[in-house]
Design a protein around this ligand. Structure first.
Ligand code: ATP
Ligand code: MG
Length: 200
C-alpha cells in the first residue's frame, strides 16, 4: 500500500519535472522586466523592497523612487541606506492624504520624476522601483505617455517595478509580470493600527 503510494508520487513528480523542464527550455529570452505590483491587498511595497534586497545581494545597483511616502518612516530604507549600490529618492513635500495641494504636490512629483528619468536611462542601474507611481498617473500629476516613453526606452537589461493600486491600463499592457495583491482581510479594517517594522 505504502509502496504503491510512493510509486504514484514518483510518477507524478516525474511528470511535473518534464512539464517544468519543457517550460524552462522555452523561456530563453533574457532581458530586463517590467513588473507591476497592484491590487488592494497588503504586500506591494514589501515585495518591491524584497526584490531590491535580492538585487543588492548580488551587488547590482538599484534605484528606488518613492512617490508618496517621502516623509514616512520606512524600515527597509533605514536598513539598506548605507549600501553604496542603493540610491533612494523621495518626493520632497511628502504627499499626505490630509494636505492635498494640487500645485505643490504636482511640482514635487515632477521634481522626483526627473530623478526617475535619470535612473531609467542609466545602464548601470539594474533595478528601478517606482513605488506608488500609479497614483501620480491617477491624479494627473504625471502623464502616461511620458511614463511609457521612459519605460520603453530604458536600457534592455534594466528591470523596473511599479507599485500602487489602480494601475493604469496602458501600464498593465506593457508589463511582463503583473501581480495583483488581493485583500482577503486587512487588520486595519478591524481597527488595528499600522505597526512599526511590519507595515512600514
Ligand atoms: P506594504 O507597504 O505593507 O507592502 P502595500 O504597499 O501593498 O503595503 P499601500 O497601499 O501602499 O500597500 O499601503 C500603505 C500602507 O497601508 C501600509 O502600511 C500597508 O500595510 C497598509 N495597507 C496595505 N493594504 C491595506 C489595506 N487593504 N487596508 C488598509 N491598509 C492597508
Ligand atoms: Mg505601497
Amino acid at each position: 500500500m505504502n509502496n504503491e503510494r510512493q510509486q504514484r508520487h514518483k510518477r507524478a513528480m516525474q511528470k511535473l519535472k518534464r512539464h517544468v523542464d519543457e517550460r524552462i527550455e522555452k523561456a530563453n529570452e533574457e532581458r530586463g522586466l517590467l513588473l507591476v505590483f497592484t491590487g488592494n491587498g497588503k504586500g506591494k511595497t514589501t515585495a518591491a523592497w524584497g526584490t531590491v534586497t535580492r538585487a543588492l545581494g548580488y551587488g547590482y545597483r538599484v534605484g528606488v523612487v518613492q512617490f508618496i511616502k517621502g516623509v514616512w518612516e520606512c524600515g527597509e530604507r533605514e536598513r539598506l541606506a548605507d549600501d553604496a549600490h542603493l540610491q533612494v529618492h523621495t518626493m520632497a513635500t511628502g504627499f499626505t492624504w490630509e494636505t492635498q495641494n494640487r500645485e505643490t504636490d504636482k511640482a514635487a512629483c515632477e521634481k522626483v520624476w526627473v530623478e526617475a528619468e535619470k535612473l531609467l536611462v542609466d545602464p548601470d542601474i539594474y533595478l528601478v522601483v517606482l513605488d506608488e507611481l500609479t497614483y501620480m498617473l491617477k491624479f494627473g500629476y504625471l502623464d502616461i505617455g511620458t511614463v511609457k516613453r521612459a519605460l520603453a526606452h530604458r536600457p534592455a537589461e534594466q528591470t523596473v517595478i511599479i507599485t500602487g493600486r489602480n494601475a493604469h491600463r496602458e501600464l498593465l499592457d506593457m508589463a511582463d509580470t503583473i501581480t495583483e495583491m488581493q485583500e482577503t482581510r486587512h487588520a486595519f479594517n478591524l481597527g488595528l493600527k499600522a505597526r512599526r517594522g511590519i507595515d512600514y
